[in-house]
Design a protein around this ligand. Structure first.
Ligand code: F6R
Length: 611
């Protein structure tokens, strides 16, 4: 969480920082601030609320500087207000700092510093860092050394950047657990939490690793460890374009990303299927294929929507590969001393590749000797780099906080990995592989068809927008989808929603059903169709409002349900790819009608880099 951007060069940094912060707002948006060096002294401007409010404030000030830092916050310690917003500065205002992460021992450090007369203005853990650095500069160390020495005392996670008006030719940045990239330009350099903030200016990127500190000048970059060992860093040329991360005429990133799914799915599949051979090609797994095929168990670890994709993956892996598979919440897995065997393969699924819980679980599993594989969207992200091998989802940048196209891309990659594994284990014949791959190849067109339900869904949303609760029910592959449908609705519309296996309803949730309760059924014609109809009748008998996702042409459910949404027929395993679309659209339109801030729902952030 929290977005960081920095600039040093010859241009005025203010518009560069503001534009960068706007691109990073998905990481947090409860307050924002910038710090610059102006006439040999530091100047900080910050504001509660979104970056646009900070921008308004800055407009009236007409500031200029060729060095500065910007921050957009997602509160952990201290409420969202102007005082807790970053940057934080030392007492004489000669040093300021921005921070993403959590300083776990901040109270001990704070107490010590207060003993030396330091005064704290905010409730944040981050402020302790700037005073700690200040205490080392007061003992005669330069800024770089002071940051290094301060970080020796810090426990926790950080992506941070510091500027001192006494050394206005440099930005010092350091990373442990929170991502930071440096962008290399001509007579100017940049710093950011991720490349989207600086892509408009450079494609030459250096990824900082944990324990590293960077000294960034306008025409020079050096990296060392916090223990002062020099490091050679590789410069990566990235291919992401600005157009890819713009809204492209849509009212919201979420809608754009929903609509992009035929294309994003094609990108996830591209070059990975040899239809005539019934073969899947995953270059990222070549080195580990034998170990993977010999795995006795697969554990899938992720959070939120990625966890739901993992659940779909479990069903796929057990159906086609016959390998026992478990799905774990990363936040639980990490802290319960899980049993991990050497012949376990553990998949880590993450859109951002930076989710702190997933990253911590990955490090734990790696330490215990398991084969760790990544399924990430963000190229070059921490999880992608720290896993033994993996497959990118190639969905393109996902900016809307509610995950949509990343979900369908994750399921696509999971299916490809599953088929790759099934064929190397001899679990599926060439003909079976060809049949599934040919259907997968046609899924983008079926998604295009599913997107045409948009107008129908708008009408349903209008009827249901004032509901206070929703239930989502499904069986088999429909169950993870019910969970995902409910998560989409609650996170952007703030309506309480629960997903549940349809068969479990009678064991408790049915008590909630009355004439005010909308119940969404994933009721495609698949393995559990008849059983699902029985569950639907149970809801109808209690006067619940039934919204059913049905297979095109199904007249039976039409007679039972209050509203139906028709989706094209496909294989059971591929149904979630198509059925996700109306669920995403339903959540979108309900949230829109309720006047919610769809791309920046309250209390959330796109990339959750705190545990
Ligand atoms: C929901 C959503 C979150 C993320 C979760 C994991 O729409 O976006 O639940 O899925 O925070 O994020 P990643 O996939 O980046 O690890």
């Amino acid at each position: 969480m929290c977005g960081i951007v920095g600039y040093i060069g010859e241009r005025n940094c203010i518009p560069i920082l503001i534009n960068g912060l706007k691109r990073l707002e998905y990481r947090g948006y409860d307050s924002a601030g910038i710090g610059i060096v102006d006439d040999d002294s530091c100047l900080i401007v910050k504001n509660k609320g979104k970056v646009s409010l900070l921008e308004d404030k800055l407009e009236s000030l007409d500031l200029k500087s060729s060095i500065g830092l910007g921050h957009t916050r997602w509160a952990t310690h201290g409420i969202p207000n102007e005082i807790n917003a970053h940057p934080h500065s030392n007492e004489d205002n000669s040093i300021f700092l921005i921070h993403n992460g959590i300083i776990e021992n901040y109270q001990v450090l704070k107490k010590g510093l207060m003993g030396f007369g330091y005064k704290f203005l905010s409730e944040t853990d981050s402020e302790v860092l700037v005073h700690l650095i200040d205490s080392f500069t007061k003992r005669g160390h330069n800024l770089t050394k002071s940051v290094q020495l301060a970080l020796h005392e810090v426990e926790g996670t950080y992506g941070l950047a510091v500027i001192s008006s006494k050394e206005p030719d440099k930005i010092i940045a350091a990373r442990k657990g929170s991502p930071l990239v440096v962008g290399i330009g001509e007579n100017e350099n940049f710093l950011a939490s991720d490349v989207s903030a600086i892509i408009a200016h450079t494609k030459q990127i250096i990824y900082l690793e944990d324990g590293e500190i960077a000294v960034i000048k306008k025409d020079e970059f050096t990296a060392k460890t916090i223990y002062d060992n020099a490091i050679e860093k590789e410069v990566h040329e990235i291919s992401m374009t600005l157009e890819e991360i713009d809204r492209g005429g849509y009212a919201h990133f979420m809608l754009k990303e929903i609509m992009e799914q035929p294309e994003s799915l094609r990108n996830s599949i591209r070059g990975r299927i040899i239809q005539s051979e019934g073969d899947v090609v995953l270059g990222g797994l070549t080195d580990v294929v034998e170990k993977l095929a010999n795995s006795k168990r697969i554990i899938i670890t992720a959070c939120g929507t990625s966890w739901h994709a993992g659940l779909v993956g479990e069903y796929m892996l057990e159906q086609f590969c016959r390998i026992p598979t478990e799905v774990e919440y990363a936040s639980e897995f990490r802290y319960r001393n899980p049993i991990i065997e050497k012949d376990d393969a553990i998949f880590f699924i993450s859109q951002s590749g930076e989710t702190a819980d997933t990253l911590a679980a990955l490090r734990e599993a790696k330490m215990k000797g398991a084969l760790v594989l990544g399924i990430c969207n963000a190229v070059g992200s921490s999880i992608a780099r720290e896993t033994n091998a993996g497959v990118y989802t190639h969905a393109g940048p996902e900016i809307g906080v509610a995950s949509t196209k990343a979900f369908t891309a994750q399921m696509t990659v999971l299916l490809l990995m599953c088929l790759f594994l099934a064929s190397s284990k001899g679990e599926l014949s060439k003909k079976q592989m060809q049949d599934i791959l040919s259907e997968l190849d046609g899924i983008p067109e079926k998604i295009e068809k599913a997107l045409k339900t948009n107008e129908e869904i708008k009408k349903i949303a209008l009827k249901l927008k004032d509901a206070e609760n929703f239930i989502y029910l499904g069986r088999g592959y429909g169950f993870p989808l019910a969970l995902e449908g409910a998560l989409k609705l609650k996170e952007i519309s703030y309506i309480h929603a629960e997903g549940c296996p349809a068969g479990e309803m009678k064991h408790g949730p049915i008590a909630l059903v009355d004439e005010n309760m909308p119940v969404v059924f994933i009721a495609n014609k698949g393995n559990s169709y008849e059983k699902l109809i029985s569950n639907m009748m149970e809801v109808k008998a209690r006067k619940g409002i039934i919204i059913a996702l049905i297979t095109e042409g199904d007249t039976h459910v039409k007679e039972i349900a209050d509203f139906v949404i028709e989706i094209p027929e496909t294989l059971d395993v591929l149904m979630p790819f198509v059925a996700s679309i109306p669920l995403q659209l339903l959540a979108y339109h309900i949230a829109l009608l309720r006047g919610c801030d769809i791309d920046k729902p309250r209390n959330l952030a796109k990339s959750v880099t705190v545990e």
